[in-house]
Ligand binder design. Structure first.
Ligand code: HEC
Length: 497
């Protein structure tokens, strides 16, 4: 005991670290900071969870396109604690995004970004986007189909930027196409570059928290005036300040423990996201489904009209960053309490509602193929054999139904085809199927002439009014190429819904 004491004393005499840490822990902070102030430290704790689990995962991960998928499967199924670690890394990421978001909203609503903490808000904005960048780059390391296609879509979007788009996409993919080099690049960004930036910016962020002091809880009717702020803050600290530890920090500790517990429990109960199939560039379904915290942004891109996509991709993130950085520059004094800042509260509500709506849309994924679609029931097809029935089967087998709805069955990625027979001629249909379209793969080379014919006959039979056999038959012969099938009988199509 005595020896230990002497070692500690000798260490302290030479470094002064214990005193420094004690001073930091006990430095006076404003009273009554309350539970709203726990989200910043909780974000940092989630970041530490990410570092620890990330390092553990990296010991078994292989960042090569040939091995990454197997490495992930090994981690998930065989490595010691691998499944839980992957789960913790996933839910830790979710927690970090969620907490950094709440922290930003809290700081905004309470006006904590005002004088003299403007610069710290800006470092916070940088940290927010670095956190999202971690999520984006981390997803690719899963190297399964969904992850890979999310990045391809990201790169395609980047490529649309004027002037620098091509360069940017090339930089992201580390080449013209997604491949082995892309994975190495994302790995380097995810484990070295972005974390290093986060460490640096977080260091500044925390230094500034100490330098400027924790903001006092806002009081309605007591605006910030840069000329008098320091004097009144110093007075508050001197008269009513409480030691950071334990008076204020106990809440941080309680909340941090709860966050870690939640991450562990979710990881154990739900596990990491299931790996989808290994990436297969020849696969038709190229629909990305990024992790939830980026999903709403993809929903935005999928839902806006095609023409608007490019400006949105370009402008939305840029506008978001600029607006966020401008916040403290435009208004660094005045009222802090949300009660007297209706515009600030309104802005937060509108933004949250927008993200929430997009997110709800994203969960239904109307733009994403419905891979779970079942073959059309015979009553809807209207025939149990012959070309219409064959066409209906092909409609399912060839994946058309994943994207197209008929009488309430199937996906919503493409137009509803319940009454397509009223709308499109045989030639229209043939051209469309062979050539594909925006977001529809071309099927030439993937369908035999007989299959194509059956499909077209089936689609032509999708009408409001029952199609007469004679009408469809004559149309087929008029087209020249298609032979009339003797067994062709079109049962009345039920005009459903
Ligand atoms: C990956 C999703 C996807 C798959 C799979 C798919 N389509 Fe499409 N399809 C679309 C989209 C999206 C459009 C709209 C294209 C556009 O606006 O240019 C479309 C358009 C069409 C149209 C034109 C509809 C209209 O009202 O203008 C037809 C007909 C069609 N598809 C038939 C098929 C058939 C038959 C198959 C299967 C052989 C198929 N599609 C497979 C997504 C898909």
């Amino acid at each position: 005991m005595n020896l230990l004491r002497r070692v500690v004393d000798a260490f302290e005499e030479r470094t002064g670290l214990l005193k420094l840490m004690g001073d930091l822990a006990r430095h006076p902070v404003p009273p009554d900071t309350g539970w709203w102030y726990v989200f910043g430290s909780a974000t940092a704790v989630a970041f530490i969870v990410q570092i620890v689990t990330g390092i553990a995962l990296s010991t078994a991960y292989i960042s090569s396109s040939g091995d990454a998928y197997q490495a992930l499967q090994f981690i998930t199924t065989r490595a010691l604690m691998g499944n839980v670690l992957r789960g913790m890394h996933f839910f830790g990421a979710s927690a970090m995004v969620l907490l950094v978001g709440i922290h930003a909203i809290q700081v905004f609503l309470m006006g904590c970004y005002k004088y003299p903490r403007e610069f710290n808000w800006i470092t916070g904005v940088v940290l927010l986007f670095l956190t999202l960048a971690m999520g984006f780059t981390g997803q690719l390391l899963r190297w399964d189909q969904t992850a890979v296609w999310s990045i391809v879509v990201g790169a395609e979007q980047a490529a649309r930027m004027p002037v620098i788009g091509g360069m940017l996409a090339h930089f992201m993919l580390a080449g013209k196409t997604l491949g082995a080099a892309t994975l190495s690049r994302f790995f380097a960004f995810h484990v070295f570059f972005i974390p290093a930036l986060i460490f640096a910016v977080l260091g500044i962020h925390l230094y500034l928290v100490l330098h400027d002091g924790i903001s006092e809880p806002p009081v309605a009717g007591k605006p910030v005036d840069p000329a008098t702020y320091h004097a009144s803050y110093d007075k508050l600290i001197k008269e009513r300040g409480v030691p950071f530890w334990p008076d204020a920090a106990w809440r941080d500790v309680v909340f941090a423990v709860a966050v870690i517990a939640a991450i562990v429990i979710l990881a154990v109960v739900f596990g990491p996201p299931k790996l989808s199939k290994p990436p297969n560039p020849s696969l038709l379904a190229r629909d990305p489904s990024p992790d939830w915290y980026l999903l709403w942004y993809y929903a935005l891109l999928a839902l806006i009209p095609h023409k608007m996509t490019t400006p949105t991709i370009l402008l939305a993130p840029l506008v978001a960053i600029i607006v966020l950085i401008l916040v403290p520059i435009v208004s660094n004094k005045g009222e802090r309490h949300p009660r007297n800042r209706p515009w600030a509260v309104g802005a937060v509500i509108v933004i949250l509602m927008m993200i929430g709506t997009l997110w709800a849309e994203a969960i239904h994924e109307p733009w994403s193929p419905a891979f779970e679609a079942k073959p059309l029931p015979a009553v809807l097809v209207g025939a149990s054999q012959g070309p219409v029935a064959d066409g209906a089967r092909l409609f399912y087998d060839k994946g058309c139904e994943f994207c197209h709805r008929i009488s309430g069955h199937g996906g919503r990625r493409g137009p509803d085809l319940t009454y397509v027979g009223d709308r499109l001629t045989k030639d229209d249909l043939t051209i469309r199927i062979m050539n594909g379209g925006y977001n529809m793969p071309a099927y030439s080379g993937n369908l035999s002439p007989g299959d194509l014919e059956d499909l077209v006959i089936f689609l032509r039979s999708r009408r409001r009014a029952p199609a007469s056999v004679a009408a469809v038959n004559s149309e087929l012969t008029n087209g020249g190429q298609a032979a009339v099938r003797k067994d062709f009988r079109v049962a009345p199509v039920r005009a459903s819904r």
